[in-house]
Design a binder for this molecule. Structure first.
Ligand SMILES: NC(=O)c1ccc[n+]([C@@H]2O[C@H](COP(=O)([O-])OP(=O)(O)OC[C@H]3O[C@@H](n4cnc5c(N)ncnc54)[C@H](O)[C@@H]3O)[C@@H](O)[C@H]2O)c1
Length: 348
């Protein structure tokens, strides 16, 4: 690889994909050179907005064109695995949106395809890279919280069911709020806890609301989920997710962590960070440390992915983390279906 030339990125799927274009635009060593979406209106709008003239309506044509070294896949979930594998077959590296796939079986095929092709696969866990999660993670990873034995993580929306058919139907999305929002919260909590092996899960999902305004689709996925996740190291993780609920805020998300030496909390309400703190009992009193300044050395998932390609290392938001989250999500949905706890084989 030529070290001086920027890597050539393509973005496939131009809803969330536009955030990838912006993030690559702010990153070093990479340039977005091609766009792809079968929706010609969206394609033309993105071409004009970002001034990127090489466009494709078919991802296979893009991959075969040789125009790009790497692709962001930001399509509806059901296309993540086939498009990622097609990109590897054509020799590209892939940064795939979350959830990594529809299920763990597909996610495993993606990991295998990356390995066979000798290409990098990263997952767009952008919430994990936010300052609050990274800041708390650094205390936890330095041992300042002691042994972390409990985390509660949650994302509640009052009225936040996506108004797009690709989110509302199991066959398109692989699940509802739990796979959509839950995967971010699961990843953040497991990241703070050091990604320990998951031993077993018990969960219940509900579908109590609807999006009757979205034509031609019957919503058959969860809008509320609660789960207890037992980790192999003895810790537990509680997960609560709602796309819609009678919550007192339009949106609230965060997590709380208890360790033997300290605790931590991240809380955002209505899209604003309201609390990022670490609490430790010191000199007989409670010492609360607030995040006044975010860590200065944070980089985007895209910048890390580009660096990982150049440095020939695993991306921080690694495919193996994506695979673990998919194994856990599969087990959570199975537990809800069966009405009992589900034991996992090693998730590592
Ligand atoms: N990381 C985050 O914070 C975040 C936020 C929103 C969405 N997402 C994820 O991004 C993905 C897309 O979500 P969205 O909100 O942009 O959905 P969306 O429906 O708004 O956009 C998806 C786009 O993909 C296009 N598309 C469909 N099939 C395609 C194909 N075969 N090839 C190329 N393009 C294709 C569609 O035409 C559409 O323009 C989902 O997996 C979602 O979970 C992630």
């Amino acid at each position: 690889m030529n070290e001086t030339k920027p890597l050539r990125a393509a973005v496939v799927g131009l809803g969330m994909g536009k955030q990838h274009i912006k993030a690559y635009g702010a990153a070093a060593g990479v340039e977005v050179v091609a766009l792809c979406d079968p929706d010609t209106d969206r394609l033309a709008a993105a071409r004009d907005e970002f001034g990127i003239d090489t466009t494709f309506t078919d991802a296979d044509e893009l991959f075969a064109s040789g125009a790009a070294d790497l692709a962001s896949i930001a399509t509806p979930n059901r296309f993540h695995a086939p498009l990622t594998i097609a990109a590897f077959d054509a020799g590209l590296h892939v940064l795939c949106e979350k959830p990594m796939a529809m299920n763990a079986n597909e996610a495993q095929q993606m990991v295998d395809a990356a390995q066979n092709a000798g290409r990098k696969l990263g997952i767009h866990f952008n919430h994990r890279m936010n300052p609050a999660t990274q800041w708390i993670g650094r205390f936890a990873h330095a041992g300042d919280l002691g042994e972390v034995y409990f985390a509660r993580t949650f994302w509640h929306r009052r009225r936040g069911i996506p108004a797009r058919a690709s989110f509302l139907n199991m066959a398109n999305s692989g699940g509802g709020g739990m796979i959509d929002l839950g995967v971010h919260m699961l990843d953040q909590a497991l990241f703070v806890m050091g990604y320990p092996d998951v031993a077993s899960v018990t969960a219940q999902t509900f579908t109590k609301f609807d999006r009757k305004d979205v034509p031609d689709i019957t919503m058959d996925v969860d809008d509320f989920a609660i789960a207890l996740i037992r980790l192999a190291n003895g810790a537990v993780l509680e997960l609560e997710i709602s796309w819609a609920s009678h919550h007192d805020h339009p949106e609230e998300l965060g997590f709380q962590v208890y360790g033997t030496e300290g605790g931590a909390r991240r809380l955002t309400q209505n899209y604003k960070e309201v609390q990022t703190t670490v609490h430790r009992r010191e000199h007989g009193g409670l010492n609360v440390t607030r995040m006044d300044q975010p860590p200065r050395d944070l980089i985007s998932v895209q910048q890390d992915f580009v660096n990982a390609i150049r440095e020939d290392r695993e991306p921080a938001c690694a495919a193996r983390h994506g695979l673990i989250t998919m194994k856990v999500l599969d087990a959570l949905y199975e537990s809800s279906r069966l009405g009992r706890e589900v034991i996992l084989e090693s998730t590592g």
